[in-house]
Design a protein around this ligand. Sequence first.
Ligand code: GLY
Ligand code: MN
Ligand code: MN
Length: 435
Amino acid sequence: MSDPLATLQREHLQILERDYAEVLTSLGYDGVLIYSGHPALHFGDDQHASFSSYGHFQHWIGQAGLAHSWLLIRPGQRPICYFHAPDDFWHLPPHLPEQAWTEHFEVLTGRYDAPPKLGTGRFAVIGNVSETTASALGVQCNPPALLAALDEGRVRKSEFETTCLSESNRMAMLGHRAAREAFLAGGSELDIHLAYLQASRQRESELPYGNIVGIGGHAAVLHYQHYDTATPHKRYSLLVDAGHRYRGYCADITRTWPGPDAEPTFTALVERMHQIKQRLIAAVAPGVDFVELHERMHHLLGELLVESELVTVSAESAVQSGITRAFCPHGLGHLLGVQVHDVAGRTARDGTPLPPPPEHPALRLTRELETGMAVTIEPGLYVIPMLLEPLESSPTGQHLNWALIERLAPHGGIRTEDNVSVTAHAARNLTADIE
Ligand code: GLY
Ligand code: MN
Ligand code: MN
């Protein structure tokens, strides 16, 4: 097989077989049927929403766009893929890719709108399956203990998975480079979005998440979802948070660029945010508590606010009084995999829930870093009026430089986000920079 990833994928499948056998045996199952899912129809319409297959389905075979398909995993037996490819003259049926998993699985190609029949034994079905379907099969539907154990099996990536993440990063960076060029050439948000898609060779429905393309003040909207078709008169800044999917694995990368009308202070802040990100990445290692790393980001943001004269208190006091949280309300990062916000970020390895600290409710990763994890590191600093305005009328308000905040507001904000693999001793940055 010509696929250079074939050996790594075979090893990945062996690890999955071993892990699934352990989990299924310990919970008393003879097997699990994993449903890919299928796209939802718009209500009262014959048109579908865009679709991405279930994470545990992708964990075995990638194939983010494959619907109505099933995997049957039974300890000690060859896994089966029921590959939905019906005869159809309206659509082109999916074809089997040349990938190592197609030899590892017994692949049964056909029509699988209905689940395959199971033999005797104790089975579970997981995925977007109704209780009615599960009880017709005589199996348990999405049992929580099984899901929790399988989620935990997604946390430490195999070499195959890290290689796929690296490739999705490489493709995404082609898009980021084109996005910056489109912005500097005077493009609108829509032009920039289209340039990104073209250079990264993907259609919009295949993105791991909707591209965030914000010029100026729109960069302050954390998940800004529109694409203006006109270029604004003044171009202060561009924030692009956009990824790619390779064999199911998601890149999640953000870059912020000063525009031709940027304030020098903003340009300096962009450079300093890049340095803060590098320092945080350098601190990534097994055993590091991600909540503490997130708190470290706030201390670095506090220092940045002091040095850029945005606050007149100490860095420590900017953190304690909540000023840094008003400038950055999101978490430092999250687990990354076949879902952009990957599973099990808030559960310890032994299953204990790890809710985020009350003052950091948006933090999606609250566990200790381990070798093999893939995480994002994404510090940010924004002028978000609905978060800063309440400070203005509070005692804290006197310590903020409102004139400078007003000058920065049309730039929206800054986020810089890389994807990092935790190796035995340190971090491996999967996001190569563009210059
Ligand atoms: N793109 C969403 C995030 O950075 O988490
Ligand atoms: Mn992210
Ligand atoms: Mn992102």
